[in-house]
Write a protein that binds this ligand. Sequence first.
Ligand code: ZN
Length: 266
Amino acid sequence: MKRSDLLPFALLLPLVGFVAVQATQSPRITAVTQAATLASDARSAARSVAAGSVEEHAPAPKLVEHAASAAPAEAPRDIGEIRRRLELGANGTYIGEILAERDSALARWTDRVDQPIRVWVGSGAGLPGWKDEFPEHVRAAFEEWSSLGIPVRFVFVPDSASADVHVSWIDHFDTPISGKTLWARDRNWWIVNGNITLALHHNGGEPLDDSAVKAIALHEVGHLLGLDHTADTANIMTARVRVRDLSEADRATMKLLYTLPPGSVK
Ligand SMILES: [Zn+2]
């Protein structure tokens, strides 16, 4: 374990910061933190711009040693074939932007149809602004992505200790974001677990309503499944979320990602 291997890098977008922390304390697991803010109206957009909208680095994530053993044996990668499939499927997607942000690497979960990803959705009961229907919005967001036909299913479990993915709630972030996702991958770029944190209030104090919670949940689950940001604000995966539903490009990009093996396409 060499701490000198810690390699932070940051990519600042015009309106909001995107931060990824690559930690190689374990040679097998890398964790990535992604966060988004919600553009609910022009006023909040103006405030975010004025505030400069950058995110702080996430603390070094807790790394899970055993997770790498869950990855399947890797078949030899035919990089030419992968690139050909990318080229054929890229039209109408923002896969190119994801590759640019990730140094030409894709990350995704293994096929999880027979063994669904176990998701624990926590409660924010007791936090100001909490609504009992919020967890249902989160579960719906998972189901909406899963229903696209990708080889991933989710099961919602009451026991956090056995979950692959944890969703928890916070009153607000100290930076102008409304949600944050951290996932960990193994050395073959298979995502192995993740944590999503959702806010009940904007950084400035305004409460997030039901549609905003749903939109941010869709965005963060998109990250959890391996998507990254796109500049096109018609998509749910733009850094400052303006829409409330998945776009055709969101759907097409997710579907393409899950036809490709993870890892570098360079
Ligand atoms: Zn994001």
